[in-house]
Design a protein around this ligand. Sequence first.
Ligand SMILES: *Cc1c(COP(=O)(O)O)cnc(C)c1O
Length: 376
Amino acid sequence: MQFIDLQKQYSVLKKKIDERIGNVLSVGHYIGGEEVGELSDRLAAYCGAKYCLTCANGTDALTLALRCLNVKSGDAVFVPDFTFFASAETPALEGATCIFVDVEKRTFNLDADRLQEAIEEVIKEGKLIPKAIVSVDLFGLPADYPKIRNIANKYGLPIIEDGAQGFGGSIGGKRACSFGDISTTSFFPAKPLGCYGDGGAVFTDNREYYELMCSLAVHGKGSFKYDNVRVGYNSRLDTIQAAVLLEKLEAFEKYEYDDRNRIAERYTSKLGSKYVTPLIPEGFSSSWAQYTLILDDETERAEIQEKLKGMQIPTMVYYPKPMHRQSAFAGLPDRSAQLTVSEQLSNTVLSIPMHPYLTEQDVDFVANALLECKSR
Ligand SMILES: *Cc1c(COP(=O)(O)O)cnc(C)c1O
């Protein structure tokens, strides 16, 4: 059994994907081919954003968003402590100071009350300028945007939604990557919607932001490619990846998203009485980038991982180290006393196989193995 079975997905979609790739190869527009524009339009429509710009990866997408909002040295950017490194790395790369904020235990996402406290703290200290909130849709579930938006409005801060794992999730029918002033996603192969290499996208309803990010992504271009009005990047999604994504988006919309949810429901119904399973708040839906259990402690986690490994069931720990304990951020003021949930999660979370091509037998095999661990 695979943790995420991309070969299985390819075997199902092979004919259509091969055809699309073959078409790109014969037309010859390997950069900026027509598939790239078609994909941005489809992504914007799917997510409910006015504009979408595809780019080279999810990390670049965050960088484009931060540069667009003029995040720089002397600024404070609020980032969940429990996330993938890129959410925090990108503000730091712009010279800003990351203020790590604790997460809610059961959703793994930014805790709006802790966010408000952190903003107040920065204002009171008076050293940094609160500049932006990076909110992550961890494991496929959108963060609590109704609450986070209230706080953002109260302090006049823009939200960057890091939807690298959240693509497809929703709140009240409104889809992920439409909640930020700028939202970002990643098409890294293992994400809910992945390509066959690196890829990413930014989303916004703001035309000025969109135009600025279009310029930044192509060497700070002005009115044409060899007119450079600012220093930017080279961050493009290539045509072959766009072609792959067009096909995969169709499968995602038609059945993969639903299958992910069916599988997650089956896990929860089997495991819910013995394990702390993921909580999806009323009105929210997840695209299940991961299915993550919270165990009692590190010892239990190690034992369960070992036992499952012996049965050829792969498991992963996302994430073993919260941001405030990364050596790269060792120089930041110590807020660890306010980051206890992230700390606890990093010691107790365990993600189990999750992808839309798991069979019911696969799910039952994993669930039964886990139940057996608790029965001893
Ligand atoms: C994967 C990921 C990214 C970065 O995406 P890449 O395409 O790998 O650069 C950023 N944020 C989060 C939360 C991620 O999971």
